[in-house]
Ligand binder design. Structure first.
Ligand code: BG6
Length: 463
């Protein structure tokens, strides 16, 4: 074995619009659920400016070119294109992303665009958000508009970021709190919106390729007790496979259907759903991976509140089905997320064997508190270590036969973490601001930047 990544391996780096752009009201943009979200522990993290990528995109892409990435994953803010969610196109929004795309192409970087990353236009949230079928119609209009506008230049597309997480996490992140029964109807609408994205991409983008972008965490049983294994089966199904089975096979799986039945939840299908879901499929799977999860069968209902508060934490409980527990064999990061590189390989193998589609990693990385030294350096050996361990396993997965064609970690530049504000940094590029102080928003290259650059240039994990 050469222990090198394949020659044409697609090295990249990822971000999303609402976590980086700022300029939340500039040039005609409408508000999104992220702009109006009520924040708790990090209200002060200034989302209205974020990393000010909107005004720094040239500099940021220049730095990414220096990093040597081949692909840049970013999302389009739907509300920049349609401030009212649909109907009236905002030309300034179209032009902005045209400029971003052109800047990427000038530097020989392929854009990989996520259609929507957690930032539904607020006007659509006001009519019920994804609970209302009209939001699917609005999404169809939006998706067709961007495919037509950018399809001649952009060949890699991603649908909607992590609907499986949108289903599970506390809805404060994504809009208002809704009853569980309604959540599954929302989920179905998200799934149908995705199916239309597959359809329109294939119809409108010549040689376009599109994939779903779920957050996949393999779920382990806490012990070898048969009931713990059953708990893992259900959580694996609800968290991971319900979503991808629908995308890739055009059906919900039986474990998921049984889960819904036991919870007395039914999903309403529209007349055209059956045809659209069975005729439109992805070209590849984009996978976001941070950790794995471990569950047991819950036996004692006392002192347990149902739900999940943080997408990757073990603080999860669904009475009758599963309850998250600490995995004693795994270490955790500063923010209590479990680190499991071996689980990364297993997840890749499981995913590939289940769907037999090419895979690209579109998120993986370590959120940490970084320090900017007086001489403007950022020493982040912990991040290098995390990436190294995961890439070693990715390489093993490739050598074991998994068709992994790219790796685009989280994140290109520091951004506002969904749960923790700017203090939890992921970037290769440091953005100089704090929660309270915007400073000059200057960019500095972290040690991990140079490490990743060497990796890309040699196609080999640096020793
Ligand atoms: C992913 C999301 O699930 O998790 C990203 O797609 C997010 O938007 C990432 O930033 C890490 O989560 P957090 O809460 O640390 O920002």
């Amino acid at each position: 074995m050469s222990h090198k990544f394949p020659d044409n391996f697609l090295w990249g780096a990822s971000i999303s619009a609402h976590q980086t752009e700022g300029a939340y009201k500039s040039d005609g943009k409408g508000l999104t659920v992220q702009d109006t979200r009520i924040r708790d522990n990090h209200e002060i993290a200034n989302f209205t400016v974020a990393s000010d990528h909107y005004h720094h995109y040239k500099k940021d892409i220049q730095l990414l070119a220096e990093l040597s990435v081949k692909v840049f994953r970013f999302s389009i803010s739907w509300a920049r294109i349609f401030p009212q969610g649909r109907k009236e196109v905002n030309q300034a929004g179209i032009d902005h992303y045209q400029n971003v795309i052109d800047e990427c192409l000038t530097h020989n970087i392929k854009p990989m665009i996520t259609l929507n990353h957690f930032d539904l236009p607020q006007v659509l949230e006001d009519i019920g958000g994804w609970s209302n079928r009209k939001t699917v119609d609005a999404f169809k209009e939006y998706a067709q508009t961007v495919f037509k506008a950018y399809g001649n230049k952009v060949k890699y597309w991603l649908t909607i970021n992590e609907p499986n997480i949108m289903l599970l996490v506390d809805q404060k992140i994504l809009g208002k709190q809704i009853p569980i029964k309604e959540k599954y109807q929302q989920f179905h609408h998200l799934m149908m919106a995705e199916k239309y994205a597959f359809k329109f991409c294939h119809e409108l983008v010549e040689n376009g390729q599109i994939g779903p972008v779920p957050n996949i965490s393999l779920v382990y049983p806490a012990t070898s007790k048969p009931l713990d294994n059953q708990a893992a089966l259900y959580f694996n199904s609800v968290r991971n496979w319900a979503y991808l089975d629908f995308s890739c096979f055009g059906r919900y799986n039986t474990v998921f259907k049984d889960y819904l039945k036991q919870k007395n939840i039914s999903i309403t299908f529209s007349p055209e759903d059956e045809t659209v879901m069975k005729e439109n499929f992805p070209d590849f799977i984009a996978m976001n991976f941070y950790t794995t999860m471990t569950v047991e069968k819950p036996m004692d209902k006392n002192n347990m509140s149902e739900g999940i508060s943080d997408q990757q934490s073990e603080d999860i409980m669904d009475w009758g089905f599963y309850k998250g527990v600490t995995n004693p064999y795994l270490k955790k990061n500063q923010f209590n997320w479990t680190i499991d590189p071996d689980g990364f390989k297993t997840t890749l193998q499981t995913l590939y064997d289940r769907y037999h589609l090419p895979i690209i990693i579109t998120e993986n990385g370590l959120g940490a508190k970084d320090d900017l030294t007086e001489d403007k350096k950022i020493h982040d050996p912990y991040r290098i270590d995390y990436l190294k361990q995961h890439l070693e396993q990715a390489l093993e997965a490739i050598e074991a036969g998994v068709d992994l064609f790219g790796y685009s970690p989280w994140s290109a530049i520091d951004l506002i973490s969904v749960h923790e504000g700017i203090s939890k940094r992921y970037g290769f590029i440091y953005v100089d601001r704090t929660e309270k102080e915007l400073k000059q928003l200057r960019r500095y290259k972290k040690d991990s930047f140079y490490w990743y650059q060497k990796l890309i240039q040699t196609n080999k994990i640096p020793a």
